[in-house]
Ligand binder design. Structure first.
Ligand SMILES: Cc1ncc(COP(=O)(O)O)c(C=O)c1O
Length: 399
């Protein structure tokens, strides 16, 4: 059978190699400590589950959900955003519910790129950003981000011919996999650059809440200090070129429920809505109801999740330092981005496949997130401290 060319770049994936290595480890009877997936192990909150359970028994929730979700959901998302970032959002034209934020960022290129157009992506970056560009038959220009630049791209390095054919730039801070945070001044620079070069500015913002207080307040100079990190729309309050993607997967431990939303420029929202209208019928209304409960109810659960990840971060970093692996303490996210020592500093895939086969500890090879991720490994803090400490002991034996 012959498949479309656009499928080819989606077939080579180092994470598939990792899955095979994990299967080998399991078959050899190893006890797996899987730190390779950024899927929260914490439960969704009880009051959210209750609302969803109640919706299941309401037959009016059983049919197709048309009209880009419910007005109540869009208003809840708009209010949540306004409360956090101090910028007004029109629930009718500037909000779009999504079946997870990944669905939205992966579909958006279909609305923006003609075949061969470039998208400017962070390298390393979230693999699905590239996947969406490939599905739209676009080209990727990877913007390398390195520790020397605080894991921020240097816009002046983008070649002029690439820029001339570029339609969109994708940023995402706090960043997966590096855990870097972008200061507000960088967002201002990004907005000015995109305005100047007629680019759509996409900001994927799943870790909006997973920021650790002890590392400072990066949004403190802004009019509304309720978030520790800035939103791209604070640098583009008229929403001239920007669209931002949010999810309930991380803050509210609802990854499996598949619910997110986009907020931003009304024309971009409209274009993404048109793509989605050809593809899906929106998320189930009961889950939207649960998401409303999460966004409008007590935020104690969010604070507890942040405290849990901070505790795990500290335990894991302390253990790594104890075995002599000097890894910087991340300011945000649920990840540790660790630079590999010699002899693995140019072979993160071999490090991760051998590590899991010999010890059962699974991590993500930096190369899987892009060329500039080579030489690093990402650990997701999805287990409690005692298991994280056992993982580090096994890593020490392996190394
Ligand atoms: C940068 C980034 N975007 C999107 C997602 C997926 O979010 P969702 O569950 O809303 O699709 C993740 C999940 O790890 C992520 O790290």
């Amino acid at each position: 059978m012959e498949f479309a060319k656009r499928l080819q770049p989606l077939q080579s994936n180092v994470f598939a190699d990792m899955d095979r290595a994990k299967a080998v480890a399991l078959a050899a009877g190893r006890e797996l400590i899987d730190l390779s997936l950024g899927s929260s192990d914490l439960p969704a909150q009880a009051h959210v589950i209750e609302v969803i359970a109640k919706s299941l028994h309401d037959r009016s929730t059983h049919g197709y959900l048309l009209f880009h979700g419910t007005q109540t959901f869009r208003q809840a998302a708009a209010n949540w955003y306004e409360h956090k970032f101090g910028i007004k959002v029109d629930a009718e034209t500037e909000v779009l519910p999504l079946i997870g934020s990944q669905e939205g960022t992966a579909h958006l290129p279909l609305a923006l790129l003609n075949p061969g157009d470039f998208a400017l992506l962070l390298d390393p970056g979230y693999p699905s950003h590239a996947g969406g560009v490939y599905l739209a038959s676009g080209q990727i220009y990877p913007m390398p981000i390195t520790a020397e630049n605080g894991f921020l791209p240097v816009f002046a390095d983008i070649p002029a011919p690439v820029l001339a054919q570029s339609r969109m730039m994708v940023l995402s801070y706090p960043h997966n996999p590096t855990a870097a945070i972008a200061p507000f001044s960088f967002f201002q620079e990004a907005v000015a650059f995109c305005q100047q070069h007629n680019l759509v500015l996409v900001h994927d913002f799943p870790y909006v809440d997973l920021v650790f207080k002890d590392t400072g307040n990066w949004g403190k100079n802004l009019s509304n200090p309720k978030s520790l990190v800035p939103s791209i729309l604070q640098a583009d309050p008229e929403k001239t070129v920007s669209i931002e993607f949010f999810t309930l997967s991380k803050s509210y431990n609802m990854g499996g429920f598949r619910i997110g939303y986009a907020i931003g420029n009304a024309q971009l929202i409209q274009a993404l809505r048109q793509v989605k209208a050809a593809v899906d019928f929106n998320q189930y209304r009961g889950i939207l109801n649960g998401a409303i409960a999460a966004l409008t109810g007590s935020q104690t659960g969010v604070a507890n999740a942040v405290a849990t990840f901070r505790q795990r971060r500290d335990a894991f970093i302390t253990a790594l330092h104890r075995i002599g692996w000097q890894v910087p303490t991340p300011k945000a996210t649920m990840y540790i981005w660790a630079k590999l020592p010699s002899p693995w500093n140019q072979n993160s895939v071999e490090f991760c496949t051998e590590l899991v086969k010999q010890t059962g500890v699974a991590a993500s090879p930096g190369a899987g997130f892009g060329k500039s991720g080579e030489g690093y490994v990402r650990f997701a803090l999805v287990h409690e401290p005692p298991l994280l400490e056992i993982a580090v002991e096994r890593i020490a034996e392996f190394m």
